[in-house]
Design a protein around this ligand. Structure first.
Ligand SMILES: O=c1ccn([C@@H]2O[C@H](COP(=O)(O)O)[C@@H](O)[C@H]2O)c(=O)[nH]1
Length: 474
C-alpha cells in the first residue's frame, strides 16, 4: 500500500477524520470533519505528517529562511520540522501580549526575510492569511504555504489571488477516494460530501483580509486604499477603490465592431475587470443607447469606462471631438487619453471641455518601431505633473512615475507572447505588472478571441492581480 494511503487510513483510525455534522469556523455545517489536533497523541503520525510537509516545502517558489505554523494545530508540526531540519522557527501570537515585549511574532527575524507558513487543514485559507498578515506587519514576507489537507473549497485560489502559493499533500476528494477504496466510507456518502464541496466554495472577502490580525493589514492590499486616499481626481480614486474591492487590475480592451458584442462582453466579463476600454469609432451600429446600456452594465458590475480615443490635435479640435460628434465621449467616458505631442494646450482644452473624466497621457507605446524617445517620455511626465488635477496617469510599457497617485496602464499584454504581425508587441501579465510596474494590464484579443473569453479573463485577472500583490511589497 502506498505510504500516503496508509497515512490516510491511520488518520481515520485515530479519529482525525470524522463523519457526521460539524460546524466549521466559517459557520458552514460539514458532513466530514478533520481534527488533526489528535495527532499529538500519536508521535509516529505527527512525525510522518511533518516529514510530508517538509518534502512539500521543497516545491516553493522562493527560498525561505524560517517557518511559522498557523496556531494551534500546526505548531507542533512546525516545531518538529524546525528541530529535525535545523530551520529557524517563528511563532505567531493570536493576540499580541499586553505586557512584556507585546510582540505579534516571536523569534528572531530581519525585515525582508522570507518565511514559509505551515498549516494542517485549509477551507478558505483565511487562517493561513491571518498568519501571513501578522508576519507582514513585522516586515517578514511569505510567498508560499504548505498544508496537509486542502478541503477543495477555494483556499488555493483565494490565496493565489492574494499572492501566495499553496502546496497541499492531500485534497479532500483524493482522501475520500482512499477511504472508499479501503471500505472505510460508502461511495454514496462521499458523493454527498462532493456535492457539499461544490455548493460551499469560499472566498476571502476584502473586509476579512483588511481587518484581521489586530488591525495589521496586508501592506499590498492596503496600498490600494492608501493610493485611493492620495488620488487627486475622483476617477483615479474610484479606480483604486474598484481594484481593491474586486481584487482585479484587469482592463478589458473590448475592440469589437458591433454594440451587441460589446454589451455581451461587458456583461460577461464585467465581474473580473476594473476598467473596460472601448474604441467606439469601430462600432458599426453605434448610437446613444449603446452608451446608456454600457453605463448600466458598468454600474452593475462596478467598473469604469475608458474611451481609447488617443486625442492628438490642436486644443480647439480635440475639445469638439471630446464633447460632440456622434460619440459625445465626454457624456459617458470616465477615462480618456491623449498624446502629449501637440503640447500642453491639448490638456488644457480637454480639461476645460469636461473635468469629470480623468485623462491618461500616452508616455510610451507597445508597437514595434514607435518614435517615442526617453526624452519624450520624460516631457510627458512633466506635463502630467503640471496638470495632475486632470491627468490621472499614463499609457506606458514601464513605470514612468513613482508618485503613487498616478496610474500606469500597460497595453500589449498576452499570455501567448507572439506579436500580431501588424506591429503589436506582447509581454506576459507577470512581466508587465511584477517587473515593469504596471498598475493595470490592458488585454484585448488575448480575451476576446479566446475560445472561452470569460475563462481567459479570469486567468488574466488572477495573473495580473497576484503579480500586483507580489510587486508592491516584495
Ligand atoms: O501603445 C498602445 C496603446 C494602446 N493600445 C491599445 O490597446 C489594445 C490592445 O489590444 P490587444 O488585442 O491586446 O493587442 C488596443 O485597443 C490598442 O488600440 C496598444 O495596443 N498599444
Amino acid at each position: 500500500m502506498a505510504s500516503n494511503e496508509d497515512l490516510v487510513l491511520r488518520l481515520y483510525d485515530v479519529g482525525a477524520i470524522k463523519c457526521g455534522e460539524f460546524k466549521l469556523s466559517s459557520g458552514l455545517i460539514t458532513p466530514l470533519y478533520f481534527d488533526l489536533r489528535v495527532i499529538i497523541s500519536y508521535p509516529e503520525i505527527l512525525v510522518e505528517v511533518s516529514d510530508l510537509l517538509y518534502e512539500a516545502s521543497k516545491l516553493v517558489s522562493k527560498p525561505f529562511k524560517s517557518i511559522c505554523g498557523v496556531p494551534y494545530t500546526a505548531l507542533p508540526i512546525a516545531t518538529l520540522i524546525s528541530a529535525k531540519h535545523k530551520i529557524p522557527m517563528l511563532l505567531r501570537r493570536r493576540e499580541a501580549k499586553e505586557y512584556g515585549t507585546k510582540k505579534a511574532i516571536e523569534g528572531h527575524f530581519e525585515p525582508g526575510d522570507i518565511c514559509l507558513v505551515i498549516e494542517d487543514v485549509v477551507t478558505s485559507g483565511l487562517s493561513v492569511y491571518e498568519t501571513i498578515l501578522s508576519l507582514q506587519s513585522v516586515g517578514v514576507h511569505v510567498s508560499d504555504a504548505v498544508v496537509l489537507l486542502e478541503r477543495s473549497q477555494g483556499a488555493t485560489n483565494n490565496l493565489k489571488m492574494l499572492g501566495v502559493n499553496l502546496h497541499s499533500i492531500f485534497t479532500l476528494p483524493g482522501m475520500m477516494e482512499v477511504l472508499v477504496k479501503h471500505g472505510k466510507l460508502e461511495k454514496a456518502f462521499t458523493d454527498r460530501v462532493l456535492d457539499f464541496l461544490i455548493n460551499n466554495q469560499t472566498t476571502i472577502s476584502i473586509k476579512q483580509s483588511a481587518n484581521v490580525s489586530n488591525g495589521t493589514h496586508c501592506m499590498k492590499t492596503r496600498d490600494l486604499m492608501e493610493r485611493a486616499k492620495l488620488a487627486k481626481h475622483e476617477v483615479s480614486r474610484k479606480i483604486f477603490e474598484v481594484m481593491y474591492q474586486k481584487q482585479t487590475n484587469l482592463c478589458l480592451s473590448a475592440d469589437v465592431t458591433n454594440s451587441k458584442e460589446l454589451l455581451h462582453l461587458a456583461e460577461s466579463i464585467g465581474p473580473y475587470i476594473c476598467v473596460l476600454k472601448t474604441h467606439v469609432d469601430i462600432i458599426e451600429d453605434f448610437d446613444q443607447s449603446t452608451c446608456r446600456n454600457l453605463l448600466n452594465i458598468a454600474h452593475k458590475h462596478n467598473f469604469v469606462l475608458f474611451e481609447d480615443r488617443k486625442f492628438a490635435d490642436i486644443g480647439h479640435t480635440v475639445s469638439k471631438q471630446f464633447t460632440g460628434g456622434m460619440f459625445r465621449i465626454s457624456e459617458w467616458a470616465d477615462v480618456i487619453n491623449a498624446h502629449p505631442l501637440p503640447g500642453p494646450g491639448i490638456i488644457k482644452e480637454l480639461k476645460n471641455a469636461n473635468k469629470r473624466s480623468g485623462c491618461l497621457l500616452i508616455g510610451e507605446m507597445s508597437t514595434n518601431g514607435n518614435l517615442i524617445t526617453p526624452a519624450y517620455t520624460k516631457a510627458t511626465l512633466k506635463m502630467a505633473e503640471e496638470n495632475d488635477d486632470f491627468v490621472i496617469g499614463f499609457i506606458s510599457t514601464s513605470r514612468i512615475s513613482h508618485d503613487p497617485h498616478f496610474l500606469h496602464f500597460t497595453p500589449g499584454v498576452s499570455l501567448d507572447c507572439k506579436g500580431d504581425g501588424k506591429g503589436q508587441q506582447y509581454l506576459t501579465p507577470s512581466e508587465v505588472v511584477s517587473k515593469r510596474g504596471a498598475d493595470i494590464l490592458i488585454v484585448g484579443r488575448g480575451i476576446t478571441l479566446a475560445h472561452d473569453p470569460v475563462a481567459a479573463a479570469k486567468v488574466y485577472a488572477q495573473e495580473g492581480f497576484s503579480g500586483y500583490l507580489a510587486a508592491v511589497d516584495v
